[in-house]
Design a protein around this ligand. Structure first.
Ligand code: NAG
Ligand code: NAG
Length: 395
């Protein structure tokens, strides 16, 4: 039966490729899975004025969230993380702002930026936020926000990408002002996506891509070059930054865990990585990897329970259309929660429980990039979303 043998020669590798590579990838991208079913999406309040807010930091003791927001028209032109690089279409002076949202009144206001150089303020293109609360005075806040400045000659943006920086501000809880402290720039700060504040001048950040611009980035749904996590100490005039973890696949959200742990989410793989912060050199030692069924964006840790909440993309092709359309089409959302699995006694650090705690087909919550917990609520914000939505989560 030579023809059958011949068939086998081709069929077996093809079947192998299909089951080992293509089907798992298709599942992760949400291909052929129908409509996303709703879960905990019935008790939601929306805040339509807050648009294009990629991330949020919540103060649990004050019941407020700080959000970096960008007009959707700017996002459509300029979002280096997804190769929106038409810097010529940005307004000459940025319309970005940092808002404070109050969970008890559902009201919000914008913070005034004080002492910021004109160049830094006009080129603000906000992305993520993290805040350091002084241990001796928790009302004293140091705010870290990454900003994707367009290049000085905006017409070169497609070739050179962004001049991304981290802006550091100081303020007090309740103040209407943010006092600018400094801009951090460093060659290792290529494509900063998310931050973890470690001290008044030190932080980790994720570089979502290996390179600012490269032809291969157009094929990133199939493969992207591994990137890295960086630690910076900006206490001196020129910042000192090191590669804290190398070979990380499309790292996106990062968050501080208990003790010396740092968590990172991936938009390239269906997993959350657990890292141990090395106190001496600030490098990150891989400790654990937690499989989740989706590609994810930002993650936040519940300050009371320690649970990890992750905003994920259940239908990646709908997300791509949502981005292309500048937020004018919807993209569904699923939020997963990771807790310690204590069903067989007390385990710590190696056994986890994964629950889908929120689902929406895009009609109520669209394109969420952050799901930050506050009491029994989730604050859902999106880089290209036309509103912020707060939903109550029933257990
Ligand atoms: C960039 O934006 C400008 C101004 O809105 C527009 O005229 C131009 O067509 C855009 N370029 C691309 C490549 O989309
Ligand atoms: C697991 O338990 C430890 C010890 O109580 C806690 O610090 C940590 O935050 C928990 N992790 C998760 C993911 O819930």
């Amino acid at each position: 039966m030579p023809s059958l043998k011949l068939l086998g020669i081709f069929l077996i590798p093809i079947l192998g490729l299909l089951t080992q590579v293509i089907l798992p990838r298709a599942n992760l991208l949400g291909v052929g899975q129908g409509e996303v079913t709703g879960s905990n999406n019935g008790k939601c309040v929306s805040v339509p004025e807050l648009q294009g807010c990629e991330d949020a930091w919540i103060s649990p003791e004050h019941g407020v969230a700080y959000l970096p927001c960008t007009p959707l028209s700017s996002r459509a032109a300029w979002l280096p993380a997804i190769l929106h690089l038409n810097a010529s279409a940005l307004p000459p002076s940025s319309g970005d702002y940092i808002a404070v949202y109050d969970f008890s009144t559902h009201t919000h206001h914008r913070l005034q930026l004080v002492g910021m150089p004109k160049e830094a303020e006009e080129n603000l293109n906000l992305h993520a936020i993290d805040v350091y609360q002084s241990p001796s005075d928790r009302e004293r806040l140091t705010v870290f926000i990454n900003s994707h400045r367009p290049p000085v000659d905006r017409t070169t943006a497609k070739e050179v990408g962004a001049n991304s920086v981290v802006e550091i501000f100081e303020t007090r809880m309740g103040s209407k002002e943010l006092n600018w402290v400094k801009t951090v720039q460093h060659p290792l700060m290529r494509t900063p996506n998310n931050l973890v504040a470690m001290g008044e001048r030190s932080f980790y950040f994720s570089n979502d891509h290996r390179r600012k611009v490269h032809w291969s980035r157009s094929f990133q749904l199939l493969y992207s070059e591994p990137s890295d996590l960086i630690y910076c100490d900006a206490s001196t005039t020129s910042p000192h930054c090191i590669v804290a973890a190398e070979d990380v696949h499309h790292p996106n959200g990062i968050a501080r865990g208990p003790k010396d742990l740092l968590y990172s989410a991936s938009t390239g793989e269906g997993k959350i990585s657990v890292w141990e912060i090395q106190s001496g050199d600030h490098s990150l030692l891989p400790l654990d990897s937690i499989a989740i069924p989706r590609l994810s964006d930002n993650l936040h840790v519940d300050p009371t329970s320690g649970a990890i909440l992750i905003a994920t993309f259940p239908r990646v092709f709908e997300l791509v259309s949502h981005f292309k359309a500048g937020g004018k089409t919807t993209s569904p959302t699923e939020v997963y929660r990771i807790t310690n699995d204590t069903s067989e006694g007390q385990y710590y650090g190696n056994k986890y429980k994964i629950d889908r705690v929120f689902g929406d087909n895009g009609q109520i919550v669209s394109g969420a990039t952050t799901a930050a917990p506050y009491k029994n609520q989730l604050l859902l914000t999106g880089v290209m979303s036309d509103k912020v939505v707060v939903c109550e989560i029933d257990e």
